[in-house]
Write a protein that binds this ligand. Structure first.
Ligand SMILES: Nc1nc2c(ncn2[C@@H]2O[C@H](COP(=O)(O)OP(=O)(O)OP(=O)(O)O)[C@@H](O)[C@H]2O)c(=O)[nH]1
Ligand SMILES: [Mg+2]
Length: 440
């Protein structure tokens, strides 16, 4: 069994930095260099002040020893708390490597924790997300996962599947005592419950996509309706140029804003109209592309004017979820009433809060609660979808043969095991842990 070592804090100028080791020889290796200042015996989980022998000099530092199995990885572990400093930290690591430790791979500490039964696969993934998370909502989702909530729910589904499999098993052993029609009916009923639960998990988790990458909101409309003014008002900054000249914006102007912990990526676009100007034409093509690609389109209309033919063309080409933003509410309303409209004034900054709420509702949904939701990452989401597909197949096939039904159900169980780790194979585990940084 090898002993691994890594620098676990960012390699930068900092007050302290931590080098840690995990493995059978962690303590032996550390003690080749570290001697406590007081001649006391090193006690597990107690910090000891001492000096680390660097060869030409000594470095004062703190050391903690965690005795297996009471450590993060479940193995013997040692942490050295050093004065921060890139050179010093690297030097200490170098010494430990020379004494027989091996450089840890990204995520290897957490992988060991998983392999030694300290955490579930789901919790491990939560820890990765936690390290990599940027916005508040994303962090909350990661924390929920680190608690193993998804794991619990999926395990429960796996247990239900196991129960069904057991029932089938019994029926095959004692066929004369079983009414197969009734049994199949019951199995299908149970599968339908599982199908619903999977669907809920999936729809919850799809919201994570937004949480992670932010919601892409395109601000689209004909020229001069106030798109750029709206962008500036939404982000509270004069980012895009505003003039009364039609065709002011020619390229896409991107700006980010956080609202209720969710990140919005706003894209202000060139006003859509017939144009002979080469540059403007390219800009308009980009606007049309945004119409198709955005998570949500804000169709900006000028409330003080009638619907023009350009407006109508844009409205007719809408495919993505959208909201009509009727701008210039500070002026007299001339525009007819639109479905799903929100009246704002970019100039007076009126009703913008409500607009942001509406964007949130239209994309993430009103029932979304970061504190209550159990969220899966992309990989887990794919697995849940696969399991849902298999479950639907099992229900629709209404297989006459118990053996085939049992096979399909076993498959669903296997699929879900890729989340809980109950049927894991090496590949998946390696894939997951490779996403960590070294030292975690
Ligand atoms: N009264 C009033 N004027 C506004 C409002 N919003 C924008 N304007 C004016 O409308 C004109 C056009 O504003 P922009 O924000 O440049 O419009 P745009 O849609 O980005 O225009 P293009 O980039 O040319 O497509 C400017 O003179 C703004 O001052 C508003 O809420 N009320
Ligand atoms: Mg503009």
């Amino acid at each position: 069994m090898k002993t691994i070592v890594a620098i676990s804090t960012p390699l930068a100028k900092s007050a302290i930095s931590i080098v840690r080791m995990s493995g059978k020889n962690a303590l032996t290796i550390a003690q080749k260099f570290f001697t406590p200042l007081k001649k006391q015996k090193l006690q597990p989980r107690k910090m000891a002040l001492g000096k680390f022998d660097l060869g030409s000099s000594f470095e004062k530092c703190l050391m903690v020893f965690f005795e297996a199995p009471n450590s993060y990885t479940g193995e013997d572990m040692v942490e050295l708390h050093l004065h921060g400093g890139i050179v010093l930290t690297q030097l200490v690591q170098q010494k430990l490597l020379q004494a027989g430790a091996q450089l840890a791979e990204p995520g290897e500490f957490t992988k060991l924790a998983f392999l030694n039964g300290k955490i579930s696969l789901d919790e491990a993934e939560g820890i990765i997300e936690e390290i990599n998370s940027e916005s508040e909502a994303e962090l909350k989702a990661a924390l929920a996962s680190a608690d193993g909530e998804l794991n619990q729910k999926v395990k429960l589904l796996q247990h239900k599947l196991k129960d069904i499999l057991a029932e089938i098993e019994v029926s095959l052993d004692y066929p004369e005592e079983v009414d197969f029609e009734v049994l199949i009916d019951n199995i299908i009923k149970s599968l339908k419950v599982i199908k619903t639960e999977l669907s809920v998990l999936i729809s919850n988790s799809e919201q994570l996509k937004f949480v992670k990458s932010g919601i892409n909101v395109a601000i689209v409309g004909r020229t001069n309706v106030g798109k750029s003014s709206l962008l500036n008002a939404l982000i509270g900054e004069e980012k895009a140029i505003v003039t009364e000249i039609e065709g002011t914006t020619r390229d896409i102007v991107e700006a980010k804003a956080d609202f209720k912990g969710v990140r919005f990526n706003f894209f202000d676009t060139a006003g859509i109209r017939e144009s002979d100007d080469l540059v403007e034409k390219i800009g308009i093509e980009k606007s049309k592309k945004m119409l198709k690609d955005a998570d949500l389109v804000l169709v900006v209309l000028d409330g003080s004017e009638k619907l023009s033919s350009d407006d109508k063309k844009i409205i007719n080409s809408l495919k993505q979820p959208h909201l009509f933003v009727v701008n210039k509410s500070d002026k007299k309303r001339v525009l007819e009433k639109m479905n799903d409209e929100i009246e704002v004034s970019a100039k007076d900054k009126k009703n913008l809060q409500f607009l942001k709420e509406s964007i949130l509702q239209k994309t993430i949904g009103e029932d979304f609660n970061f504190n209550a939701s159990v969220l899966a990452n992309e990989r887990q989401l794919e697995i849940l979808k696969e399991a849902l597909k298999q479950t639907k197949q099992a229900i629709s096939e209404k297989s006459e043969s118990m053996e085939i039904l049992s096979l399909i159900i076993k498959n669903i169980w296997q699929t879900l095991g890729k989340i809980t780790g109950e049927t894991e194979n090496e590949d998946i585990i390696d894939l997951i842990f490779s996403r960590f940084c070294v030292g975690k």
